[in-house]
Design a protein around this ligand. Structure first.
Ligand code: AMP
Length: 283
């Protein structure tokens, strides 16, 4: 496995692979890798000749007062996990090489990011798509894998690739959960024991919504009220949003549910903001 820190070296590595006729799968991450990240690597591994993972805590996507400085890091552990998942290269750049003095160009996202996490984290998704496009230009992947845990991010990146005709296939991957149902996240490391046990209510509330939907409930108000009540029963949880939205446009659904709908939620436990979601299905 090659450890590459220099963006120019990453681009050379990718160009050489491509000139040998090899296809490249790419998994961008912010590190502190867990089984969710590793599941994306397995999907990537199966889809291309070469697998590249990047680890970069991207300052552009963090707002004032967010957790950029304290975001958990474990370079040694991350490299060992990439190696054992069969990565061919790990791209581990530093902010000053990704954003050297004079860097000033950013992508601007649209309606998809005026809602949900975009509403509570202004500028966040512009920072995400900017770094993702730059990473794509360096890694030159044929296919890139993103988790549907970050549902809005997956939609925003899919749209960016479509809008700008970026020559890469975006693959969405299922959410990987702990045994109790909590979606794996690097930020789970911030949770205290009580917060962690109360956070199980997130997945429970999604399951409750799915049960209601499968039983024929189509009134968003009824489903949302049940979900909110379940989360509000946890004294340490503070709802940022709980919404039922169109699965592609992320617009809120008010009438009887007829189009594919996803229940999305963000809940704070102390200083930790957790997100989760579930696409509602007939069965
Ligand atoms: P992050 O390191 O949090 O930026 O995440 C990197 C990638 O891993 C993103 O595409 C995430 O959606 C994905 N990811 C994070 N947590 C999970 C999870 N529990 N299951 C599946 N994918 C995940």
């Amino acid at each position: 496995m090659d450890l590459i820190r220099d963006p120019a070296a990453m681009r050379r590595w990718a160009s050489e692979a491509r000139s040998r006729g090899e296809s490249i799968a790419f998994v961008p991450t912010m590190g502190y890798l867990h089984d969710g990240h590793l599941s994306l690597m397995r999907i990537g591994r199966a889809r291309a000749d070469r697998l590249v993972t990047s680890v970069f805590v991207n300052p552009l996507q963090f707002g004032e007062g967010e957790d950029l400085e304290v975001y958990p890091r474990d370079e040694e552990g991350d490299l060992a996990k990439c190696e054992s998942e069969g990565c061919d290269a790990v791209f581990f750049p530093q902010p000053d090489t990704m954003y050297p003095p004079g860097f000033q160009t950013r992508l601007v996202t649209g309606a998809l990011t005026t809602v949900l996490c975009g509403a509570s984290r202004p500028g966040h998704f512009d920072g995400v798509v900017t770094v993702v496009l730059k990473l794509f230009n360096l890694v030159q992947p044929h296919v890139a894998v993103f988790g549907s845990k970050d549902y809005q991010q997956l939609q925003v990146i899919t749209r960016m690739v479509r809008d700008l005709a970026v020559p890469v296939e975006i693959v969405g991957a299922p959410i990987i959960r702990e045994e109790g149902g909590l979606a794996l996240s690097s930020r789970n490391a911030y949770l205290g024991p009580d917060e962690r046990s109360q956070a199980l209510a997130l997945n429970q509330s999604l399951a409750l919504a799915q049960e209601l939907f499968a039983a024929g409930e189509r009134d968003p108000g009824v489903i949302l009220a049940a979900v909110r009540a379940h989360i509000q029963a946890q004294p340490l949880g503070e709802i940022d949003y709980v919404q039922l939205v169109d699965a592609e446009e992320l617009t809120p659904l008010y009438g009887p549910l007829v189009r594919p709908a996803v229940l999305v939620l963000a809940v704070r436990f102390g200083r930790t903001r957790l997100i989760d979601n579930r696409v509602l299905s007939e069965s």
